[in-house]
Design a binder for this molecule. Structure first.
Ligand code: NDP
Ligand code: 8X3
Length: 276
């Protein structure tokens, strides 16, 4: 008699084109990439859970998402606060039985300065948000995915996590850490059929630079002058692509820039300067 070892259960999951009642949790969905990803998945039939600190923004985004017919849950919490994260995910668990996709997106840059002049409060903010916040949320959701025998974690990294740029030190370090954690999660969660994907965007026109430069609109706008940057919707399309591949396919790592940017340090502005 021919005996074959049983295949892991996730190899039997059928690929289906209907996403009705699938559930996605997106951190930092009050603006930028997170909001665009929420909109894209809501349009595709997902139930969407959106998070962020700004409650009033969450309410506005919720209204917009509900027009697409799916269920929308809002959770207002600060990813830096371990207790808040746990309480919010406990609350989520009373409303949904599973989470199919987690997008670890909440993040920010604060300031730009050399290491000898940097603001240590800014450093704390970036490390606590981009690194520890991502870990706290993942620690709550990964066991759920393990129990449900599948899921997909999408980590939003950055080109800043691939190549360090001048005055980017701590922000870059947090995004290098996201890259490392993405690789580690892929290994750790491999036995459970959980996909892990990092999307590393280059410069994209969101509220990112406004936050980094603490409300200085002119300085923020100047970052994107002459480069025709990525838009939040571009990243939402890519997240959707990564999430809608067949079950046996996992994009582990994806770097995307606008046409005029090669990497963190080299864009068309630099190319023009060098030519002169
Ligand atoms: P936005 O500023 O537009 O969005 C950031 C989101 O993160 C907001 O929804 C904000 O919500 C949330 N957030 C920030 N801090 C916290 C916190 N402590 N707790 C909970 N939520 C928080 O910027 P982007 O959309 O551009 O940024 C999203 C991600 O993309 C970040 O991780 C960023 O590092 C990364 N990225 C951005 C690029 C760019 O050029 N724009 C390029 C590469 C990566 P709220 O303020 O309501 O809490
Ligand atoms: C955001 C992109 O180049 O401003 O991660 O750091 S950059």
């Amino acid at each position: 008699m021919c005996r074959t070892s049983p295949k892991p259960h996730y190899l039997y999951v059928e690929y289906t084109h209907t996403h009705m009642n699938k559930k996605i949790l997106i951190t930092g969905a009050t603006s930028g990439f997170g909001k665009a990803i929420a909109l894209r998945f809501a349009k595709e039939g997902y139930d969407v859970c959106i998070t962020g600190r700004r409650e009033e923004r969450l309410a506005v985004v919720k209204q917009e998402l509900e027009q697409h017919g799916g269920k929308v849950i809002t959770l207002a919490f600060d990813v830096r606060d371990k207790a808040q994260v746990k309480a919010a995910i406990d609350e989520l668990k009373t409303q949904v039985q599973r989470i199919d996709i987690l997008v670890n997106n909440a993040g920010l840059a604060a300031g730009m300065a050399t290491i000898d002049e940097g603001d240590t409060d800014d450093w704390d903010t970036m490390i606590d948000t981009n690194l520890k916040g991502l870990l706290y949320v993942t620690r709550q959701i990964a066991p759920m995915m393990r129990e449900q025998a599948g899921g997909h974690i999408i980590n939003i990294g950055s080109t800043a996590g691939k190549v360090v740029y001048k005055n980017g030190n701590v922000y870059c370090a947090t995004k290098f850490a996201v890259d490392a954690l993405n690789q580690a999660m892929r290994i750790d969660l491999l036995p459970y059929g959980i996909k892990v994907t990092a999307i590393h965007p280059g410069m994209a026109e969101t509220e990112f630079s406004l936050v980094r430069f603490k409300g200085d609109e002119a300085r923020a706008k100047n970052v994107y002058a002459e480069i025709n940057p990525l838009q939040a919707g571009d990243i939402a399309d890519i997240a959707w692509y990564c999430a809608s591949l067949p079950p046996h396919v996992c994009i582990n790592d994806l770097t995307v820039t606008c046409l005029t940017q090669a990497n963190s340090v080299y864009s068309i502005k630099e190319a023009e300067r060098v030519k002169k």
